[in-house]
Design a protein around this ligand. Structure first.
Ligand code: NAP
Ligand code: MG
Length: 405
């Protein structure tokens, strides 16, 4: 069989611990036998981030910007304990945060669905993809204790030094607390653009929700910018693609989400997205089945698994034990990248490879072969579930893939 050829490379960002092991196996067992893989390789392991003083992370972000498509393995975000474990000279920042900031991107989280692992909400037959605006609001706020007898004011000083003051509260009867938070039109606009681009790319309806009835200036600004962007730059493309953009109050969105069949993108403000993405991940069954894609406002894509480096499994692996770590989200990061790369380069065979690898992965689980984490939640009439080691599971998928390709 002739291997599928690529044109433009994919930015490949390697990572840490168990997912670094999976990374290598996925390439060896599922990709390299079928594709003449072309990547620009960046080693984002903590060891190499330390060795390069984290320059490698920024270089990788630039490569995604330049090449348009990247795929990333999970990486350690250092904490105190990791400082000692890896003899770090600095507590390097989360690579995901660095890359997101460099690309000014928005993260979309989408579950992989298989029959036999049912969402907790039975009506959800298609994935619900959550987009979280990852800038500002309460995550970049200023907070203060306000003693009894004090008052809190909001003061806006313009370029010339003229002040406008708003009384927030007088603490006459009791002390209390206050916070100041902000957002930027430019960031909201980038968020809106990423959402519209992604919706067009996956051909799914886009919902956006906020609390503009109560927050008539702050949240209203988000609603306004989304509408402006849509009307000016996306309306026609949405009509052509047969998808819709729809704004609704967050309360209404929550009610509609629960009653829905799924199959749409839900764009959320920072805090709503933080909470709702965790709720949806749990409701869809398993973190190991959750994929994540970072989309920049100019349409550059970075695909990854939503989970971390699965540390506990890694220590078992180092001790020589076989583990049953779920590779699905990492496989789907690669398939997402192949599909996007194939589309951009006009390579239908690469797009098809991505699709067939996804189908084979899902089919193997639906036939009853899976990793241990899934066995615990898999229920399907007439199908007995069998827990495999990671390697056995990957080989099963490869066997099925070879039949399809
Ligand atoms: P984690 O690696 O996602 O693992 C949490 C637990 O979830 C695991 O111990 C495991 O449970 C289960 N799990 C997650 N993925 C699994 C998979 N593919 N297959 C089977 N079970 C899976 O999160 P963490 O333990 O909080 O973080 C570990 C490291 O990852 C940290 O250093 C953190 O900084 C990093 N991290 C990176 C990213 C990223 O790069 N995007 C995201 C999150 C965390 P059992 O142990 O019970 O089997
Ligand atoms: Mg959260």
């Amino acid at each position: 069989m002739e291997k599928i050829k690529m044109i433009t490379p994919i930015a490949e960002l390697d990572g840490d611990e168990m997912t670094r092991v999976l990374w290598q196996w996925i390439k060896e067992i599922l990709i390299e036998p079928f594709v003449e893989l072309k990547t620009e390789y960046y080693d984002l392991s903590l060891v190499n981030r330390e060795a390069t003083k984290d320059a490698v992370t920024l270089e990788a972000a630039q490569a995604i910007e330049r090449l348009g498509v990247g795929v990333k393995c999970a990486t350690i975000t250092p904490n105190k304990q990791r400082m000692t474990e890896y003899s770090l000279t600095r507590m390097w920042k989360s690579p995901n945060g660095t890359i997101r900031a460099a690309l000014d991107g928005t993260v979309f989280r989408a579950p992989v669905m298989v029959s036999g692992i049912s969402p907790l909400v039975p009506s959800w037959t298609s994935p619900i993809i959550v987009a979280r605006h990852a800038y500002g609001d309460v995550y970049k706020d200023v907070e203060s204790v306000c003693p009894k007898g004090s008052k809190a004011e909001l003061v806006i000083t313009d370029e010339k030094g003229a002040e406008t003051r708003y009384l927030v509260a007088s603490y006459d009867k009791s002390g209390g607390v206050a916070l100041g938070m902000h957002n930027l039109d430019s960031s909201i606009r980038s968020f809106a653009k990423s959402c519209f681009n992604y919706a067009l790319s996956v051909k799914k309806d886009l919902w956006f929700s906020s609390k503009d009835t109560i927050s008539a200036v702050y949240d209203h600004r988000f609603k306004e910018i989304f509408q402006e962007e849509f009307d000016a730059n996306y309306k026609e493309a949405f009509e052509k693609a047969g998808i819709t953009y729809f704004y609704t109050l967050i309360d209404d969105a929550v009610a509609r989400v629960i009653r829905s069949k799924g199959g749409f993108i839900w764009a959320c403000k920072n805090y709503d997205g933080d909470v709702m993405s965790d709720m949806l991940a749990t409701a869809f069954g398993s973190l190991a089945m959750m994929t994540s894609v970072l989309v920049s406002p100019t349409g550059k894509y970075e695909f990854e698994a939503a989970h971390g480096t699965v540390t506990r499994h890694y220590y078992k692996y180092l001790a020589g034990e076989e583990t049953s770590t779920n590779p699905i989200a990492t496989i789907f990061a690669w398939t997402g990248a192949f599909k996007k790369r194939g589309e951009a380069d006009g390579l239908p065979s690469l797009v098809r490879f991505g699709e067939e690898l996804e189908k084979a992965s899902v089919a193997v689980i639906e036939e009853g072969f899976m990793t241990g984490d899934l066995k615990a939640i898999f229920r399907k009439e007439g199908v007995e579930s069998i827990a495999l080691t990671t390697k056995q599971f990957l080989l099963k998928i490869a066997e099925k893939l070879a039949q399809a390709i």
